[in-house]
Unconditional design. Structure first.
Length: 293
């Protein structure tokens, strides 16, 4: 009985089954793109579609660029100012100041050329191409919009050629607009990188929430000579702020050390600490410790 079951099962497995067909009747998008626009609509058909549109008001109006020499000159000055005076300096503080105070950096809008075919014209020509594509049963209707989007650059180029629109008329402005956009982006990114502490301070290497700078002009309250250091805390020091410094002689040798402390400071608040000495061999100072408690 067992042998019969095995034989029957084997026979069932070995019986060839017909394959169910699932091949699409349409060509793939990749094949259609490879074939190209010219593979579906002849040059004469496309020319007729475009030439009919050349006479329409929207495209006739499109032949005149809107920018003036004055606008071109203004854009040139702005590009130069942004790229050299701001971005070229690599100073995030300057960039942040300019972004905040110069309105046209963030609010500038490029001049729209009338010398670029308007979308209604492009859409009308696309509609004519769709009519042709619809007659080709090998192209899926679901792919029409996708293919037209991929062919749009070719369509616009044909419009320029057939309707006599000279793209070179706008080359100078287009180049400047591109430079302006890239320079502006660079300045905005630079401005966003501005540190939390004021310009002139250095971030303390052992604590990124503290920054310091030397302060000059103050008189010594103690000692024969002194140094003043200005410290700012990002988050505040509730109890105290402590600073320690090595004293160096003219040869750069450590000959002494000094320290100072102040009571707690608030977030973003600065403190000036005096580091005094009685050592006549001390020539310069080297900060070794800044601690916030």
């Amino acid at each position: 009985m067992i042998k019969k079951i095995i034989v029957a099962f084997t026979a069932i497995v070995l019986i060839p089954l017909p394959l169910v067909g699932c091949t699409s009747p349409f060509m793939s998008r990749e094949s259609a793109l490879q074939k190209g626009l010219s593979g579906f609509i002849s040059e004469s058909q496309l020319s007729n579609l475009i030439l009919a549109s050349c006479k329409q008001e929207e495209l006739l109006y499109a032949r005149e660029p809107r920018f003036t020499k004055a606008q071109l000159s203004t854009l040139q000055r702005r590009v130069s100012y942004i790229s050299k005076a701001i971005a070229g300096q690599g100073d995030p503080y300057l960039a942040a100041k300019e972004v905040a105070n110069v309105s046209w950096i963030n609010n500038w809008e490029p001049i729209k050329f009338k010398a670029i075919p308007t979308m209604p014209i492009v859409s009308k020509i696309k509609s004519g191409i769709v009519t042709t594509l619809s007659k080709d049963k090998k192209v899926s209707p679901n792919d029409h919009a996708y293919l037209l989007d991929r062919w749009q650059f070719t369509i616009v180029e044909k419009i320029f050629q057939k309707c006599g629109i000279r793209q070179r008329d706008n080359t100078r402005y287009t180049d400047l607009a591109a430079q302006y956009q890239s320079s502006t982006d660079a300045v905005v990114l630079l401005a966003e990188s501005v540190p939390w502490y004021p310009k002139g301070y250095k971030e303390w290497s052992e604590d990124s929430s503290l920054a310091w700078r030397w302060s000059s002009g103050g008189s010594c309250q103690l000692g024969d000579s002194c140094w003043h250091v200005k410290v700012i805390s990002k988050d505040g020091c509730p109890s105290s702020l402590y600073v320690e410094m090595n004293e160096l002689d003219s040869g750069g040798n450590v000959v002494d050390y000094t320290n100072a402390t102040v009571s707690g400071i608030g977030a973003g608040q600065t403190a000036i600490l005096e580091l005094s000495t009685y050592n006549s061999n001390s020539s310069t100072g080297q900060l070794t410790k800044i601690s916030c408690y």
